[in-house]
Design a binder for this molecule. Sequence first.
Ligand code: ZN
Length: 247
Amino acid sequence: MKKHACRLLSHISAWLDDLLFPQDVVCLCCDHALGSDAKNGVCGGCLRALDALARRQEELEKQGVLPVPHGIRYIHAAFVYEGQARMLIRRLKYESVRRAALALAQQMVFLPSDEEEIIVPVPTDKGRERKRGFNQSSVLARHIGNTLGMQVTEALVRVDVRRPQTGLTGREREKNLVGCMAASEAVSGKRVLLVDDVCTTGATLREAARALLAAGAAGVGVFTAARAARAADEPRDPFAAGEILRK
Ligand SMILES: [Zn+2]
């Protein structure tokens, strides 16, 4: 009964969202009216800012200063986790604005991959997924799969309820996450493209990769919408803080 009520609330909130913030009328990043240069719900000015964040991320990856966790072949992010990119992720993740995924995914499809065979989204905590109405990584993964013509498989599941990662140090995160995910046999022998919204310390991605490789995946590469330069940039989760139901 409670589950149904949550789902109903999430549908109503999505409907209210469309009513209050009609698609293609105001910018998802700055709330200004969209002009003729807008795309995917983002105004021309914010698109240019996003482009600069994408170029900065590309530059950081070229410099090789961003670590790649053990077990993962590469991590590519579309944007530095700041400004407009951070706002789009906030809309998607904490305000349940599903269409905010589009501008993020449209940049992610240009990231260099290595002929991966299937896309697997990082699973989210089920309680929070119910509040949000969807898993933000699955929404990103489906946009990417549709554009690149690749199959998306929800092969990873959370097998244990852990403390929220927010506020934990890198080492605490590692310990908190060990054994919290399992992968189905669908990934056996396959090169997997793992998709997530933000990479901070990489602890979640490392645990997801461990589960995929344990299930027989031939290799794991990662696309994320954004990458935080420091662990301190971890998005604050208002759900975990109990501050908001939705907005
Ligand atoms: Zn804008």
